[in-house]
Design a protein around this ligand. Structure first.
Ligand code: HEC
Ligand code: HEC
Ligand code: HEC
Ligand code: HEC
Length: 337
């Protein structure tokens, strides 16, 4: 912990930018769970998830497909980067659209869709809802089968909602923009400044119908919200660390992503003072070692992987019922976006 405190007392963003200067740019794959060949499109979900589809259609994730190309700001970014149009530019498509392969060609088919967040579905779609044959129901399915089904879906590429870390990582894979040129030359935002997982997932984006027989769309339970809050911060730290690893100059991009990492680490430190959790402790210690990197050969990317590992462990092991000490830090429902 003393390492982290040392960073916290200095100007963290500047310390980060300085250490970033000597790092090579490291490639980082975007949306590896969205292989166009395995995208089915939202129509393949509509039969069974009518309510979810209705909610999604009211969100910017859906609307960006039609709207983005018309925005003057999008045209401005494209022209600064020498790109012809949003829909023909791979760099924009990666985060704003869902791309499906058909007849050997990759084509944007919608905005940010079910599969952008839950993973390309071709391999898991018939597994995730199979209670064990047509005669079985959720009620008659054995515990063993349910666990197996969950495990198999994950293996086949699903971002299941019971694994909060994978869901949060997916949000931050887009809401942190790890592309220096896009930000410094194109003028795109480096991050969604206000992004925080609870408030950004429990407002307009929320589609929790399963537990309520499709009757209502409820906010997640207080216990889940607490875990989600911490998971969101850890994933944020992982992705701002990854983004910082890609900075090659002291500029808008480098400063903003490094600042975000530092700010998020401070928040997590505040969290840790309240909950004293070993996995959060591991995250903070990994991050603290970033400053020691100069005396030590580890790169920011390796640290990001350590943060990811501890964050994942936290999301599996944490018991939200035991985390009520966090309640004063949680966003008020009036702040849900
Ligand atoms: C034939 C019906 C059917 C289709 C088609 C279908 N689903 Fe489902 N889905 C279900 C059922 C039933 C459940 C609840 C499973 C359970 O009880 O664990 C579910 C659960 C889910 C969950 C929640 C899993 C969890 O454990 O939290 C997600 C996410 C999901 N589906 C996404 C999708 C997406 C994305 C598509 C389209 C690519 C899709 N589903 C297509 C029936 C379907
Ligand atoms: C790494 C993911 C990512 C990539 C790549 C990306 N965007 Fe975005 N973009 C986002 C996110 C996230 C937002 C929402 C930001 C916010 O919270 O306001 C956004 C918002 C925008 C906005 C609206 C906000 C504003 O500044 O007015 C425009 C316009 C835009 N993007 C254009 C583009 C264009 C054009 C490209 C390709 C050259 C592109 N984006 C590539 C993630 C991305
Ligand atoms: C594939 C990339 C991608 C993923 C994954 C993604 N988003 Fe987004 N999100 C965007 C982009 C791009 C926009 C802005 C769209 C626009 O304005 O054209 C956006 C907009 C939003 C908005 C609206 C913001 C506003 O200012 O109104 C919310 C809320 C949001 N996202 C929450 C989430 C959450 C929560 C997750 C994860 C559960 C998530 N997003 C996952 C790309 C993504
Ligand atoms: C922006 C990312 C995002 C998009 C787009 C998205 N989901 Fe989700 N989905 C989530 C998150 C996050 C949760 C968990 C929310 C929570 O626990 O409060 C979730 C939960 C679910 C659940 C379980 C809800 C419950 O009641 O337990 C189902 C089913 C589901 N999504 C299906 C879909 C379908 C179908 C679509 C497309 C129409 C879709 N999702 C689009 C992020 C997304």
């Amino acid at each position: 912990m003393s390492n982290f405190m040392t960073i916290a007392r200095k100007n963290p963003a500047l310390a980060w930018c300085a250490s970033v200067l000597v790092l090579p740019a490291i490639a980082y794959g975007q949306n590896d769970r969205c292989d166009p060949a395995k995208i089915m499109s939202s129509e393949a979900c509509a039969k069974c998830h009518v309510n979810e589809i209705q909610v999604w259609k009211q969100t910017p994730h859906f609307q960006t497909f039609d709207e983005l190309g018309r925005r003057p700001k999008a045209q401005e970014i494209c022209s600064k980067l020498g790109l012809r149009s949003v829909k023909r530019s791979e760099v924009c498509i990666d985060c704003h659209f869902t791309v499906q392969a058909s007849n050997g060609k990759n084509k944007p088919v919608s905005g940010i869709s079910c599969e952008s967040c839950h993973g390309a579905a071709k391999d898991w779609v018939t597994v995730h809802n199979d209670y064990g044959g047509p005669t079985m129901t959720k009620e008659t399915e054995s515990f063993e089968h349910a666990s197996l089904r969950l495990e198999e879906s994950l293996d086949l590429g699903m971002n299941n909602t019971r694994d909060l870390y994978s869901i949060a990582s997916n949000c931050l894979n887009c809401h942190t923009v790890p592309n220096e040129e896009l930000v410094n030359v194109g003028g795109h935002k480096a991050t969604s400044d206000e992004f925080e997982l609870v408030s950004w997932s429990q407002g307009q984006v929320r589609h929790n119908f399963l537990g309520n027989s499709g009757q209502s769309n409820s906010v997640s339970s207080p216990a889940r919200i607490r875990v989600m809050f911490v998971v969101g911060l850890i994933a944020d730290l992982e992705f701002s660390t990854r983004a910082t690893a890609k900075a090659t100059s002291r500029s808008t991009y480098g400063t903003q992503v490094a600042n975000r990492a530092a700010r998020t680490a401070m928040k997590l430190y505040e969290v840790q003072q309240k909950i004293q959790d070993p996995n959060v402790q591991a995250v903070l210690e990994s991050f603290a070692s970033a400053e020691l990197r100069l005396n030590n050969s580890r790169s920011l990317l390796e640290i990001a992987v350590e943060i990811q590992t501890a964050g994942h462990r936290f999301s599996i092991q944490a018991d939200g019922d035991q985390l009520s000490a966090l309640d004063s830090m949680l966003p008020d429902p009036s702040q849900y976006k």
